[in-house]
Design a protein around this ligand. Structure first.
Ligand SMILES: C[S@@+](CC[C@H](N)C(=O)[O-])C[C@H]1O[C@@H](n2cnc3c(N)ncnc32)[C@H](O)[C@@H]1O
Length: 512
């Protein structure tokens, strides 16, 4: 066995950012789950298996505290360290395996231990190591964030993965290279389907799964389907495992997973309402929505937060828009289809949040606006919970000069990278303590402004010169638009929109 313990290392992992891992959103998960979040303002945070390290770097730049992380892939650890160097934050990033990391003698006690995309994909021995580390090194009141593939949603795909892994082991041959092996594994599985497989006929969702695979990236497929380990659990099993480390279940970190009205039928809601035990309820809920992936928060020593105390905690929390109010859609995706965000209650809250140049606002300030006249506080709380869960709003904090500087330094580096790759799509905000989605073209506009361009025409020319230099063009409905004039016209329109809509919000978020 080499250093990878059977973990898939042929292709590096994608450059993802996961906002629900930000300290502020973990606090929100506790608040929504009726648990007191006793996190210190300057938490000691550990991310296990940080991948390319974008999340840990953004969180370290945008928050006070101490940030630690390990990922045994040296290429990824090197990339993550490069980001850390750019922000100037003193991160403690290692290329240790979990086993090596757990054996270190210089570890502090942690307030937060977060692992995204790890639990289901590592060996039982590694899961034991992680549990033991949590047991020894998480402070009382500390939080654990863990995401994992779950049942029942993945159940029909288990045999698909088996075919893919077996092909990788016995059918592909090393000559094909990682991409070739993945392509071959998909084709091989599709051939099984085509040759009269009764399994696929009787399990149409497995056939859909296979169909979807051809549209997913090789990096994702390699990590999901070709590793040695794939551990699927129900939420109740996950909670039992973490009980061994003295942790209690708080609830989902993705706040939309709490909004039953968005995902369940009326009968489903009534049925669930009749189940008393939180873990039985949460497990049954996964059957109602056919859950495949969960992101959960656990706490070491739960102190319930309810009634007036919970409302007070909501009132104390400022919120800020993270998407321009004109760009917020009128519907969002629920388990049963698109769900409308009723204009009558959502628009006034969004409007008031955008007032005074997007300055963060507490619930009392929102409710003092005539636009919210007659709206009850629990409705405003639910609207904020949905908007936060959907990623349109975030809890806000008062940043130090140091976090503002670190975010700006990291953001400058990321925008500079936009000249050579489109891998990174988030910039750090010291106001939210997390990442803000910034499309590639907006990163180029920010870079252009850093280099002294100011007008929409100048930004458009900057983008055109860059694209022309690398032989690229604007794509319209998948087709290259060749003429300079057409390109500049479209980039000017986008630059104008960036300057008038997006930039004021990014300034309020102190991203720029
Ligand atoms: C699916 S990726 C998730 C990466 C990152 N958390 C994200 O979501 O973008 C899993 C990561 O865990 C790392 N990893 C797997 N097993 C490990 C181990 N035993 N010790 C340290 N890192 C490990 C891999 O290198 C990989 O980067």
């Amino acid at each position: 066995m080499n250093w990878s313990y059977g973990y898939y290392t042929e292709l590096n992992y994608t450059h993802g950012y996961y906002r629900q891992m930000a300290p502020a959103l973990l606090r929100m998960a506790c608040l929504c789950g009726g648990i007191e979040a006793q996190l210190r303002d300057q938490p000691v945070y550990l991310e296990l298996g940080f991948g390319q390290g974008l999340s840990v770097n953004i969180h370290a730049a945008a928050n006070g505290g101490q940030f630690w992380g390990t990922d045994f892939n040296p290429g990824q650890a090197a990339y993550a360290r490069e980001l850390a160097e750019a922000s100037g934050v003193d991160l403690h990033l290692f290329d240790d395996s979990f086993e090596e990391f757990a054996a270190r003698t210089d570890l502090p006690d942690f307030d937060i231990i977060a692992l995204h995309g790890i639990w289901s994909w590592v060996s039982e021995a590694n899961r034991k190591t992680i549990l033991d580390l949590i047991r020894r090194k998480l402070r009382v009141s500390g939080l654990v964030y863990v995401s994992y593939n779950c049942l029942p949603g993945w159940a029909p795909a288990i045999p698909v993965r088996q075919l893919m892994t077996l092909y990788g082991d016995y059918g592909g041959g090393q000559m094909a290279g990682p991409e070739g092996t993945i392509e071959g594994a998909i084709k091989f599985s599709a051939d099984v389907l085509k040759n009269g497989s009764v399994y696929f006929r009787e399990n149409p969702s497995a056939a859909h799964q296979l169909e979807r695979l051809s549209k997913q990236s090789a990096n994702y497929i390699g990590h999901e389907y070709l590793g040695a380990d794939w551990h699927l659990v129900h939420v109740s099993d996950m909670a039992r495992s973490l009980e061994e480390a003295k942790l209690s279940f708080v609830g989902p970190a993705r706040l939309l997973d709490r909004i039953d009205g968005m995902h369940l039928t009326e009968d489903g809601r009534k049925f669930l309402g009749g189940i008393g035990h939180p873990l039985l309820r949460e497990t049954v809920r996964d059957y109602l929505v056919n859950q495949r992936f969960r992101c959960d928060v656990f706490v070491k020593g739960a102190i319930p937060l309810a009634g007036a105390k919970q409302r007070e905690a909501w009132r104390a929390q400022p919120f800020v828009l993270t998407v321009c109010h004109e760009d917020i859609p009128k519907t969002i995706a629920g388990a049963l289809g698109e769900v409308e965000l009723p204009e009558k209650i959502y628009d006034p809250v969004i409007d008031v949040l955008s007032e005074h140049c997007y300055r963060p606002k507490r619930i009392d300030e929102l409710m003092a606006s005539p636009k919210l006249a007659g709206m009850k506080v629990n409705i405003v709380i639910e609207v904020l919970m949905v908007l936060t869960g959907a990623g349109f709003v975030s809890p806000a904090q008062t940043p130090s000069e140091k976090t503002i500087e670190s975010c700006h330094a990291l953001n400058r580096h990321i925008c500079g990278q936009a000249l050579t790759s489109t891998d990174l799509s988030y910039l750090a905000s010291p106001i939210t303590g997390g990442g803000i989605f910034i499309p590639h073209i907006c990163q180029l506009f920010i870079l252009a402004m850093d280099r002294g361009r100011t007008s929409a025409a100048e930004l458009a020319t900057f983008v055109w010169d860059f694209l022309d230099g690398v032989g690229e063009r604007l794509l319209r409905e998948g087709t290259r638009v060749e003429s300079r004039e057409e390109n500049i016209k479209e980039f000017s329109r986008l630059a104008n929109r960036f300057l008038t809509r997006t930039r004021p919000m990014l300034q309020a978020l102190k991203v720029v």
